[in-house]
Design a binder for this molecule. Structure first.
Ligand code: ECB
Length: 134
């Protein structure tokens, strides 16, 4: 049985979000607002189907996918670039590769103790986030 990421999770730490946003070319004004946010993730996991809803007071982002099935992701409200995304299991880690204009783009989720971890990477930048159960 794979890990169950289902639940509601609140951001408690956000290391180098600025560097990640800079790598994505997010403008100064948007970065200034975005780095103040404490987003919440609502994750629904049903077999190989996932829904990850990231919400905040500024913008929301909904991602739905199936493990092993590549899909077009539009990153609407984020950097608005389209990419081809593929999510797979690496042992108990959920790994997404986002192929497109930006090199080395993707993210990894895993659970450590009661915490949800997320590493977001783009080009040479890595943002490390930790979420606690709501
Ligand atoms: C949606 C809440 C954050 C809104 C930030 C607004 C503007 C910043 C623009 C671009 C920065 C890039 C990403 C923002 C960070 C989080 C959004 C979702 C990151 C992501 O890919 O999460 C994955 C893994 O949980 C599921 O989509």
């Amino acid at each position: 049985m794979p890990v169950d990421f289902s639940g509601t999770w609140n951001l408690t730490s956000n290391d180098n979000f600025e560097g990640y946003m800079l790598a994505l070319g997010i403008d100064f004004a948007t970065r200034k607002i975005a780095k103040m946010l404490k987003p919440q993730k609502v994750i629904k996991q049903d077999g190989d189907s996932f829904s990850i809803h990231t919400t905040s007071t500024f913008r929301d982002y909904l991602l739905q996918f199936k493990i092993g099935e590549e899909f077009e992701e539009d990153n609407k409200g984020l950097d608005n670039r389209k990419c081809k995304s593929l999510v797979t299991w690496d042992n108990d880690k959920l790994v997404c590769v986002q192929t497109g204009e930006k090199k080395n783009r993707g993210w990894t989720h895993w659970i450590e103790g009661d915490d949800l971890h997320l590493e977001l990477h783009c080009e040479n930048q890595v943002c490390k986030q930790i979420y606690k159960r709501a």
